[in-house]
Design a protein around this ligand. Sequence first.
Ligand SMILES: [Zn+2]
Length: 265
Amino acid sequence: MFALIDSHNHLQDHRLNADRNRVIGEMKWEGIEHAIVNGTSEADWQEVQNLHLSDPAFLSPAFGLHPWKIKDRSKEWQEKLRYFLKNPRASIGECGLDLWIADANLTDQVEVLRDHIKLSREFDRPLTLHCLKAWPELFSLLKESKPIPSFLLHSFGGPSHLIQPLLKLGAYFSFSGYFLHERKRKALENFRLIPAERLMIESDAPDMAPPNSLLTPYQNESFHHPADLRWCMEGLAEVRGESPESCAEQFRSNSIRLFALTSVS
Ligand SMILES: [Zn+2]
């Protein structure tokens, strides 16, 4: 079985509370050897850190303010983030821009993201970015901020004409099984165009489940189980016309490179 790195998930999510240990055991059983756990607000950063400390060989932490949660940030959020970034294993995320949500405050979102980008430069850590319906805004912010450390556009659903310019800025892209839904055909096409050296795979668990037709043993009513990553990888490999083994090996080394996962290699 091929080895996989889940490049983006939220294992700290409360929906996993009753099942977390079992879920982590099943991820390992299905060949997942490492995962990046992304915080979303000051309220969950400590839990992300605790999870990492409970199994540092398997879990790396990322800390950031998700655009859906920036309204709740405290005045001291940057100080707190700096504290968590003292952990040399930590990257920055999940942060980004989102104009899909109702009552999106773009000015606020841009200001907060600019602060994350500054920290990424100061600490020399990669960023994991979320972007929905704000691609021109994100692109110009990244361009104005360069040079910046490499970054991951997680669950990339952006326009295909931005792939090349984003690659030039140092982008990596991650695929989630969610794009195997019939209604996501157009976005799925992008994952044929992205060079294998800049691609990785993520579960985004407990959200972003693949279609039910992918009947894995881990189909679950209450949350997306990250142990189905292997089946999602097979779905993507088919789209790219490549073998799941070669994709898995390439994506794994991309994740190791971007997140400096020295303990995994
Ligand atoms: Zn996420």
